[in-house]
Design a protein around this ligand. Sequence first.
Ligand code: PMP
Length: 313
Amino acid sequence: MTTTLGSTILGTSILDRIGNTPLVRLDEITAHLPGIQILGKAEWANPGGSVKDRAASSIVLDAQRKGLIGPTKGLIDATSGNTGIAYAMLGAALGFEVTLCMPSNVSPERKRYVSAYGAKLVWTNPADGSDGAIRKARELVAAEPDRYFYADQYSNENNWLAHYRTTAPEIWEQTQGRVTHFVAGLGTSGTFVGTTRKLKELNPAIQCISMQPDSPFNGLEGLKHMATAIVPKIYDATIADQNIPMETERAYAMALRLGRRSGILVGVSAAAAVCTCLDIAEREAAAGREAVIVTILCDSAEKYMSERFWQEG
Ligand code: PMP
């Protein structure tokens, strides 16, 4: 077949880079536990820098297929960070306007990222947390329904479906079906619910453990304290084999340890997930069992570098 050079499609689209993230071994964490492996999905390898590229692209592509977004109808949602960055990237790549409602105290890095992609920002009162941002988004949509498609990551089925369709099959393949435990933190719960549903189909014996902050006043950005938050519609509390609370201070210490002893700089929610994996690893080792524990390293430390704990220890 003859082709002219100009019509040959070379390279990749930025959207094609979402997913298929590496599964990184965290050997230093389990060096004292023979027979136990902890593996982390390096979600910072997604083009928007976090696990939320998966859910956001699944939500956006479904809306685009249904004609709900386009040049004359933008997307709006409440997000304190990673989902907003993902929507903003997708809006820029696919050509629709993105409006994000978020508490005004989100880190300066995050504001810069979404602005750099050209998204519009609507600030809400930090005292009202992410629930205040959700209320604001709903108000704006109610006032101008023709202007906005309300993506509603907390209720949108495409959120968890992204993980059912991509994250879980990747974990299954990358571990050659040897995964014994899956651990993920709860924000919208999309990652945990979608991945768990698929893994349980592939092998019902896989133990799926959710993690959430131990208090509503925590520093685990992206995670929710379910007892005090508006519970996301997509959350299904019945599918977890166990739900483990995690202290912010332990997560900070783990973030420092991963940086200094493994050469892996992750965000605090990822570090909290690794703490949970370590607890499970020690429990399994004490019971004389082998285990392949897989977790989600939601993002890198990049956006959190201004946080004080990095200077400690
Ligand atoms: N960690 C970080 C850093 C996040 O941004 C999010 C998303 N809010 C999560 C964890 C939780 O993911 P999910 O919304 O899928 O529960």
